[in-house]
Design a protein around this ligand. Structure first.
Ligand code: PPS
Length: 284
């Protein structure tokens, strides 16, 4: 099974960094800039689509074939120059668009007007992303970093928080508490699936980008799952060997959750969200 380092209290897959102290120090000392934009998710919550949306918003709807992780780089790759997708974020010109799976308490934050940047968090219903996570870990297995057991066991690891980035509820609720902060936008995967166009409009206005209706429609079209699927090499890691897109449906969990697993999931994952105001669609 996947091996992890403890980085500032979070399980991080060992292939992300040669040394956990190096990554802890990098995160703790990272200097944000006022015009940085972070796209943050728990894994498998449509990060790639959101990276593409914000890149196109900043580039007037342009759609290019350069791999997305080089245009909107992944913060947690920053201490491993051997990775094909490594980008030295500290040297990028502003504005920097950055992807991360870090929790709210450890993500780099600025303290003054010159360093306070924007964050967008995308949450997804946990039944679907636990399954997406399982398929992703299976696809990493041939590179020695993944998971080769059955779904039933993976789902237990997931519920107990014994997966990369620990318990999903802690991650999502940590960010949810900040949903009303002025520099923060909280989005849901299922809303993107329902109406991508209005979500793109909302994101553009949060980023203070005034784009024509034509450009907004073009971005929504270009970031739809069917169009992104036509250019899979853009949304792959490990130099194209692992693809980050798969099925993009909201009810796939029904094909995998037995009544027993469903009951355990309801009790140990979903019931912990009750009373927080955070709710998800499980069917569209
Ligand atoms: S990663 O590895 O954490 O960065 O992966 P991430 O991009 O967050 O999540 C991958 C899942 O998002 C689905 N996806 C999309 N769904 C709808 N529309 C668009 N445009 C889109 N792009 C990616 C992708 O298929 C993965 O979900 P599953 O359920 O596995 O298909």
């Amino acid at each position: 099974s996947e091996k992890y380092f403890d980085v500032l209290g979070m399980y991080i897959p060992v292939f992300l960094t040669p040394n956990p102290k190096l990554l802890s120090d990098f995160i703790s000392n990272f200097q944000t800039r006022a015009d940085d934009v972070f796209v943050v998710t728990y894994p498998k919550s449509v990060t790639n689509c959101m990276q593409e949306i914000i890149w196109q918003i900043y580039n007037n709807g342009e759609n290019i074939s350069e791999v997305i992780s080089r245009r909107v780089p992944f913060l947690e790759f920053s201490t491993n120059p051997t990775l094909g997708e490594f980008v030295d974020i500290t040297k990028l010109p502003s504005p920097r668009l950055i992807k991360s799976h870090l929790s709210y308490n450890i993500i780099p934050k600025g303290s003054s007007d010159d360093t306070k940047c924007k964050y967008m968090y995308i949450a997804r219903n946990p039944k679907d992303f636990s399954l997406s996570y399982f398929h992703f870990m299976e696809s990493l297995n041939s590179f020695g970093n993944g998971y080769s057991g059955p779904w039933e066991f993976f789902s237990k690891l997931f519920i107990d928080g014994n997966v990369g980035r620990n318990r999903s509820n802690n991650h999502v609720l940590g960010w949810w508490k900040h949903k009303d902060d002025p520099n923060f936008l909280f989005l849901k995967y299922e809303d993107l699936k329902k109406d991508l166009l209005s979500q793109v409009q909302w994101i553009a206005s949060f980023l203070n980008k005034s784009l024509s209706e034509d450009v907004i429609s073009r971005i929504a079209e270009q970031c739809s799952f069917s169009v992104m699927m036509k250019d899979l090499s853009k949304y792959s890691v490990n130099e194209g060997k692992v693809c980050l897109l798969r099925k993009a449906v909201v009810v796939d969990w029904k094909n995998y959750f037995t009544p027993e697993l469903n009951e355990r999931f309801e009790k140990e994952v979903l019931s912990k969200l009750e009373g927080t105001g955070l709710e998800f669609d499980f069917e569209l």
